[in-house]
Design a protein around this ligand. Structure first.
Ligand code: SAM
Length: 280
């Protein structure tokens, strides 16, 4: 592979090493330098794949200075790759200042597609994926968390948060308070790893499951919340949505909505509209 002179933004696996792409390996092998969020952490990954390219550390505290050094290398026709500890650089990871400075200096930035916890989790969540908002980490302090969630309460898009295992219970409690105990949520934990788990249900029931099981308070977590639903569809209980989803795998949506409405004593129009909104 002939490498164009550029800064390459290279995703790395979020748990399962087999998720690295062939193109990522080729680029990491051929660039002059790899800028890593943490050289020791990435050193393990790179040596697993037999990559011996020179590394430098690029993190939140030295990113602006490092950008100047990297621009000098690009001016000298040398290519550089940017990786973070896991997943796609810049997504709740360093790299934004580097990429914007390299672009401003007139050099090419070439992105490679690859692992990203938010997108991987969303793709299997069962929540609407036609519109979503990635919100990164919720604030650590309760007041900040509640303020942020209150500002998102009416947002109709699926909300995606990254969460640490130490704060998961606090964040779920804040979601119950700010978005309501009946907000549909999906908690994706240890995605692509041995203990991958998806918990779903209303916020109160997911909180109860997580509180009751210390294993659910371990590992890496993506928390996703159904977007705000209009008055008409807000009252549809989770169990009716499950019935509707199941029936719609065998029947046209109109028929599925009519049957689900009969089973749960609800309005078929509301179920039909909801089915359309979640892409059934
Ligand atoms: N840049 C990364 C990406 O593309 O996903 C995210 C980096 S951010 C510092 C780390 C957070 O991503 C974790 O705290 C967790 O919320 C989420 N995450 C990373 N790997 C994950 C996994 N295997 N399963 C679930 N969440 C994960």
């Amino acid at each position: 592979m002939d490498l164009a002179v550029a800064l390459y933004v290279v995703p790395t696996p979020i748990g399962n090493l087999a998720d690295i792409t062939q193109r990522a390996l080729d680029v990491l092998q051929q660039v002059s330098l790899i800028a890593c969020e943490d050289t020791r952490h990435s050193g393990k990954l790179l040596s697993h794949f037999g990559i011996e390219t020179k590394k430098i550390a690029l993190h939140d505290h030295n990113e602006r200075d490092r950008a100047k050094d990297i621009i000098k290398l690009l001016a000298d026709a040398q290519s550089v790759a940017l990786i973070s500890d896991a997943g796609t650089p810049l997504i709740s990871d360093p790299g934004y200042h580097l990429v914007s400075q390299v672009r401003q200096a007139g050099y090419k930035v070439i992105p490679l597609p690859g692992a990203c916890a938010a997108i991987t989790a969303l793709s299997a969540s069962g929540l609407p994926s036609d519109r979503f908002s990635f919100e990164g980490f919720l604030p650590a302090k309760e007041k900040g968390r509640l303020d942020k969630l209150a500002a998102l309460r009416e947002d109709p898009r699926t909300l995606i948060f990254y969460e640490s295992p130490h704060r998961i219970v606090h964040s779920l409690k804040s979601i119950v308070t700010a978005l309501g105990d009946d907000r549909q949520i999906v908690m994706a934990r240890e995605v692509t790893k041995t203990f991958e788990t998806f918990l779903s249900g209303d916020a109160q029931s997911v909180l109860a499951q997580v509180e009751a099981d210390p294993n659910q308070q371990k590992g890496e977590i993506v928390l996703m919340c159904h977007g705000h639903r209009s008055e008409e569809t807000a009252d549809i209980p989770a169990v009716a949505i499950e019935t509707l989803s199941l029936l719609s795998t065998e029947l046209p949506l109109k028929k599925a909505a009519a049957l689900a409405a009969q089973i749960h004593g609800l309005k078929k129009n509301a179920l039909y509209k909801h089915g359309l909104s979640i892409g059934l």
